[in-house]
Design a binder for this molecule. Structure first.
Ligand SMILES: CC(C)(COP(=O)(O)OP(=O)(O)OC[C@H]1O[C@@H](n2cnc3c(N)ncnc32)[C@H](O)[C@@H]1OP(=O)(O)O)[C@@H](O)C(=O)NCCC(=O)NCCS
Length: 201
């Protein structure tokens, strides 16, 4: 699926899920360096697109990637892997050259048109050490509020958890979107997973 978004800076194409082969032929914007170098980021997107459960959505202009959001199974070392109907939104990034033009919200809206995602609980574990405080000019609390707005636009809500990595800093947060076709049984299983240590006591 492809959708065009008209911004003050020009028209951006939003599309996905994109294949590894398609990504390979594309360029990547130099402003996509928050998590790793743009070239390494392109390789990471290709790896995820190649996973059976991996989904990559991109914002692109003239075959140059200017933003992406990706989904995959959670890490095998995390508690979340024990849930049979759970996907992780691993990252969303918009090029520094294109931020604050509505791309993140529009790309998420495009991705969540995929009805298959309604079968899943989707989490995003937000750690402040991954955030771009320097470029955004926001402090951790303002950045957290900005992310709540971005993810909240497609139905993610903050959930409390005793996950030690989340608890490491007060600004960190777990955000969760429960797809409309998720059963009560699977929703309850997820609630049990959020508070592991209290269950073990
Ligand atoms: C977070 C991120 C993806 C947002 O992308 P974006 O395309 O600029 O976001 P949007 O333009 O869709 O803006 C969404 C909302 O956040 C606000 N916002 C975004 N960046 C902002 C900033 N630096 N300062 C203030 N508000 C900001 C927008 O004004 C908008 O608010 P609205 O809903 O009231 O209109 C982008 O900042 C980014 O790539 N950051 C680095 C990677 C990262 O932190 N990813 C998230 C963790 S995985």
């Amino acid at each position: 699926m492809t959708k065009q978004l008209t911004t003050d800076r020009g028209t951006v194409n939003l599309e996905g899920p994109v294949s590894q082969a398609k990504l390979e032929l594309m360029d990547i914007d130099t402003g996509l360096g928050n998590f790793r170098s743009p070239l390494r980021q392109k390789e990471a997107l290709m790896e995820i697109a190649n996973l059976s459960e991996g989904l990559v959505y991109i914002a692109q202009i003239d075959e140059k990637i200017v933003g992406y959001v990706l989904f995959h199974y959670p890490s095998e070392f995390s508690r979340w892997i024990r849930h049979p109907r759970l996907l992780e939104l691993g990252a969303i990034e918009i090029s520094q050259n294109w931020q604050k033009n509505g791309l993140a919200k529009a790309l998420l809206a495009e991705a969540f048109k995929n009805q298959a995602l309604e079968e899943y609980i989707i989490i995003t574990t937000e750690f402040n050490w991954h955030w771009d405080l320097k470029n955004s000019g926001l402090n951790v609390w303002q950045y957290r509020d900005m992310l709540k707005k971005v993810f909240g636009s497609v139905g993610f809500k903050r959930r409390h958890t005793d996950d030690p990595e989340i608890l490491e800093h007060q600004a960190n947060m777990l955000m969760v979107r429960v797809g409309k076709n998720v059963s009560k049984h699977h929703a309850d299983m997820f609630t049990d997973l959020t508070y592991q240590h209290s269950i073990l006591l």
